[in-house]
Design a protein around this ligand. Structure first.
Ligand SMILES: *Cc1c(COP(=O)(O)O)cnc(C)c1O
Length: 351
C-alpha cells in the first residue's frame, strides 16, 4: 500500500487552451493578441546582457511597478506585479479569501476561479448568470467571504456597468472584491479609479491580451496600499523573485509605449466589429463583445461540430462542453487575414 498517496492534495486542474507548437495553423483559441508587442519591447530584448542572469532579479520589480504606477496615476505602493494575472489572482485568493464564509463568483466565468477555490480550500458559491448571460448584481449583495468578477466576463464577452460594480463594492465593506479586468482595454469601462475610494477593491490586469505579451507572463493588481501590502506579504512568504529581469525590463518598455498600445487596441476592435457582422451574416448570433473575442452560437449547426471541423482545417477556436454554453464557440479576434480565412472555412462547413 502506497500510504503517501492518501496525503496528496486532490485537485482537478484548470484546462488551458491548446498551444499547438506547429506554425501553419490559425490560432484563435486563447485570446492572444495577433499583433506583436511594442517595438520598444523588441529593443530591450535585443540589448539584454545575458551576464545579468547570474544575479537575482529585483524582488520588488521596482522598474515595472513604477511604470505601471505612472501609467495609472497611482502611488507605487498601490501596484502589485506577478507572473501573469493567474499568479496575481491566485495570490489574491490566498491572501484575502480566508474567512469561513463562501466567496461568490458567477456560474459561467473564467474557469480558474473554482480551481483556486478548491486548491486553497476556500468555500464558494456560484451565482447563475441571467438568461442573457449577464451578471445579476443583486446576487452579490449578501453576506460573503469575498467576491471575484471578471469584467468584461469570459467567455461571454459581456461587460457589466462600472456603476453596478461600484454598488457591489460599496455593499461589501467587509470583504475584498476582486475585479479581473483581463479584457477591459478592449473597450469596457474600468473600475480602476474607484480604488481611491474603496479600500476593499482590487483590480487585476494582464499583459497577455492587450499588450501582446502572453509568453512573457506579466500581470498586476491595483489597490490601496494596505491591500497591496497584504499581497506582498503573502507573496514574500512563498516566492520572492517572481519576475525575471526580462519580464521587468520588457514590461516597463511596453507600458511606456502608449501610442503603439492604443493603435494595436484600435486595430483589434475594428477587426472585431467587422467580423462580428460577417459572422452574423452566416447565421451566428452573439452578444456585443467588449473584449478581443466573440462568443457565438449558430442557428442550425451545433457548436461542437463547428469546433471539430475547424480544427480539421487547422483553425483552432475554443469550445467549452459545459452546461448552458455547450452550443457556443469562442473565437479570439485575429488579424483581418486570419478572420477572413475563418469566414471562408465556416462558409464551407455551414454549406
Ligand atoms: C487570460 C485571462 C487571465 C490570465 O491571464 P494571464 O496570462 O495569466 O495574465 C485571467 N483572467 C481572465 C478572465 C483571462 O481571460
Amino acid at each position: 500500500m502506497n500510504n503517501w498517496k492518501k496525503n496528496v492534495r486532490k485537485v482537478v486542474p484548470y484546462t488551458p487552451g491548446e498551444q499547438p507548437q506547429c506554425r501553419n495553423i490559425i490560432k484563435l483559441n486563447t485570446n492572444e493578441n495577433p499583433y506583436p508587442p511594442s517595438p520598444k519591447v523588441f529593443e530591450v530584448i535585443k540589448k539584454f546582457d545575458s551576464d545579468m542572469l547570474k544575479k537575482y532579479s529585483d524582488p520588488s520589480a521596482g522598474m515595472l511597478v513604477d511604470s505601471l504606477a505612472e501609467f495609472h496615476g497611482v502611488g507605487r505602493d498601490m501596484v502589485f506585479v506577478g507572473v501573469g494575472s493567474d499568479d496575481v489572482l491566485g495570490m489574491a485568493f490566498m491572501t484575502f479569501f480566508c474567512s469561513e464564509k463562501p466567496i461568490f463568483f458567477p456560474d459561467i466565468t473564467y474557469s480558474f476561479y473554482d480551481v483556486w477555490a478548491e486548491l486553497f480550500k476556500i468555500p464558494y458559491e456560484v451565482k447563475a448568470l441571467d438568461e442573457d448571460f449577464k451578471i445579476r448584481k443583486e446576487d452579490y449583495l449578501f453576506d460573503n467571504g469575498g467576491i471575484v468578477i471578471a469584467n468584461p466576463n469570459a467567455p461571454t464577452s459581456i461587460e457589466m456597468k462600472a456603476s453596478d460594480i461600484e454598488e457591489i463594492v460599496a455593499a461589501n465593506p467587509d470583504s475584498v472584491v476582486v475585479i479581473d479586468e483581463a479584457y477591459t482595454d478592449f473597450g469596457s469601462e474600468t473600475v480602476l479609479p474607484l480604488v481611491e475610494r474603496y479600500d476593499n477593491l482590487l483590480v487585476v490586469r494582464t499583459f497577455s491580451k492587450s499588450r501582446s505579451m502572453a509568453g512573457m507572463r506579466i500581470g498586476y493588481a491595483v489597490g490601496q496600499p494596505e491591500i497591496i501590502k497584504a499581497m506582498n506579504d503573502v507573496k514574500n512568504s512563498y516566492n520572492s523573485y517572481t519576475m525575471s529581469h526580462l519580464a521587468i525590463l520588457s514590461g516597463a518598455a511596453s507600458v511606456k509605449d502608449k501610442q503603439y498600445f492604443q493603435e494595436t487596441l484600435e486595430r483589434v476592435i475594428r477587426t472585431r466589429e467587422k467580423y462580428a457582422g460577417k459572422l452574423k451574416e452566416l447565421g451566428f448570433s452573439m452578444p456585443d463583445s467588449s473584449t478581443n473575442f466573440l462568443f457565438a452560437t449558430h442557428e442550425s449547426v451545433p457548436a461542437e461540430e463547428i469546433f471539430n471541423r475547424l480544427r480539421d482545417k487547422n483553425i483552432y477556436i475554443r469550445y467549452f462542453k459545459k452546461p448552458r454554453i455547450d452550443n457556443y464557440i469562442r473565437i479570439s479576434v485575429g488579424t483581418d487575414e486570419e478572420m477572413e480565412r475563418l469566414v471562408e472555412a465556416l462558409k464551407e462547413i455551414l454549406s
